[in-house]
Design a protein around this ligand. Sequence first.
Ligand code: NAP
Length: 281
Amino acid sequence: MSIIIDGKAIAAEMRKEIKAEVERFVSDKGRKITLAVVLVGENPASQIYVRNKIKACEEVGISSKAIYLGADVTQSELELNIKNLADDKSVDGILVQLPLPEQIDEKSILKLIPTAKDVDGFSEENIGKLCMNEDCLVACTPNGVMRMLEAYDVEIKGKRAVVVGRSDIVGKPMAMLLLNADATVTVCHSKTTNLKEECKNADILVCAIGKPKFIGADMVKDGAVVVDVGINRDENGKLCGDVDFESVHKKCAYITPVPGGVGPMTITMLMYNTLKAASRR
Ligand code: NAP
């Protein structure tokens, strides 16, 4: 039976520390910290994410500036909004909730966010620095995973880590963080031909695929550390991860649950990045 990594508890502890740091910042600098959140359209999941981000800001004492734009917004209107936030000295961090509507060129919008305010860690400069193992704003979800492993004293150095998923926001930065922490890293994706064997080799297996209960016990090595980034609905509409928790948790040493695992860490790392962005200005 495995140890369940309690992301909710780690996140709660971190939020207390961030709140204290934010209070210190406000009293030292005599100004508040502000995160701007841009939501375009009415995607229900995005609305929930934005609401939770604003709630987390309140919890740690960061002020939030929400900008809601209609789904029919034009590229130039959205660009103008981002440019204004980029120039606004009272704004420390800018987050554009993805996905954006089809008529919008997402990449060129994200490029308008200055590196110093890029609290999602998506900018070319932040990603480049991550690859060079230099201090930067790191993508929240993978950075949250590292904090979870650290909280449970999971040894990374010299271990064989397998990341399933190669998205720019999770899989790739996750692989880079593990590599920077001296793991031997393999990245798998939909074209990987021997996925089961690759996964079975992993001392640390991180799953960021987006397929409910895709990773079964037959794909996991005895005593592995399993991190489940996926957020999906199962056949009954219940929230579940990419890992078949029921079978896998009997076999591995550590596992993150869904919900209550990586999810709460992501928003906490956003608060962490916003504080960091403010402190560096
Ligand atoms: P994504 O952009 O859709 O990427 C999914 C990745 O999984 C792709 O690289 C894809 O390979 C790979 N993949 C798909 N099917 C596969 C298969 N059968 N075998 C092997 N690899 C396969 O997704 P994402 O944004 O990284 O998110 C992944 C999951 O994490 C989703 O469930 C998402 O909701 C969740 N998520 C959770 C949090 C959190 O806070 N917990 C944050 C972000 C995302 P190709 O590149 O070859 O297509």
